[in-house]
Design a binder for this molecule. Sequence first.
Ligand code: PMP
Ligand code: GLU
Length: 389
Amino acid sequence: MVLAKRMQTLSESLTIAISSKAKEMKAAGIDVISLSAGEPDFDTPVTIKNSVKEALDKGCSKYTPVPGTAEVLKAISAKFERDNGLKYEPSQIITNVGAKHSLFNVFQALVDEGDEVIIPSPYWVSYPEIVKFCGGKPVFIETNESTEFKITPQQLKDAITPKTKILSLNHPTNPTGSVYTRDEIAALGEVLKGTDIIITSDEIYEKLVYDVEFVSVASVSQDLFNRTVTINGLSKCGAMPGWRFGYIASPINELNAAMKKLQSQSTSNISSIVQAGAIPSLLGKTDDDIERMRREYQSRRDIAVNLINEIDGLSVDSPKGAFYLFVNCSKVEPDSMKFCQDMLLKANVATVPGVGFGMDGYFRISFATDIGSIKKAIARIAEFVKTYK
Ligand code: PMP
Ligand code: GLU
């Protein structure tokens, strides 16, 4: 048997591979603490659970239109207006099986062989893989701590070529927690003026920001609205990762029609029950739960940042969003894969090597786990670093 050529360059998601390995070790009786997965430890809010029960009782078990039911699309449209000041018609919205599926669909619909997709680095592991799978070429813009891991307008200008099709943005950013200000977004938008470049803006961590305002990319100017495809979902802020609820919105109706056609030949509609269950969250009825979780993440962040910075050889800046610390370990070990593998085997702490996000000399820890485990894990990391050879 010979697999399709497009499978030969596709790698498995490193974040998923490591968290699965940690789960396997735990099942084998090893006392592993996993700070690897970007998965909220909080349970889904009770309002959502009740709404699913109701949906089941009402017999909500039929196929729905491919993009989603009229109710869920209206609820998403209302969410964009309420949270982001964005006006998308329900017909400009499509629900997907998680935001990863949203990204997969938009890249499939837009990227041709040889098209370039600009990706700020460090990046979330799946972006370059999906782009390559579609035949595209990821073009990375390297960032570092000096700009809080954010790209500058000049860097963007320098990265654009006649082949550039998409600028792939994600903020709050996985893995660095960067959050762009309104002015920074506007300045990037200025560089794109007069071009046909589309922005994909992955805003899945939008509500997890600390001491700063979140600004949706499409909301900054009419020009940005016209060229932006906004991607969001309930896995992170809604504490619903296993539900697989993502969505995509854009005013580019030709693109929307293409993505609906593509989805009509793959998943069809996403689960009817999940759509019904998600509605209260989209209507803001779980905002108190989300705020409670956000505050808890913030307090964990503060504790974890202090503890990491007390370790000789490691350093981290406090992230403004999401639930990750991107820790500099280059003074101890520049080879992040080796460092994280050793840490998993010797200290039994699972983290993700920076190389998977395009930046060696760093590793990512997730603070979407209880504070007791975070403290215990960082104490183990401290001991591991002290004796590291
Ligand atoms: N985008 C980013 C930046 C993420 O970290 C994740 C987490 N998996 C996703 C998209 C996909 O989320 P999901 O498919 O669970 O909605
Ligand atoms: N986004 C999460 C992470 O970065 C979940 C795993 C994945 O889908 O990659 O860990």
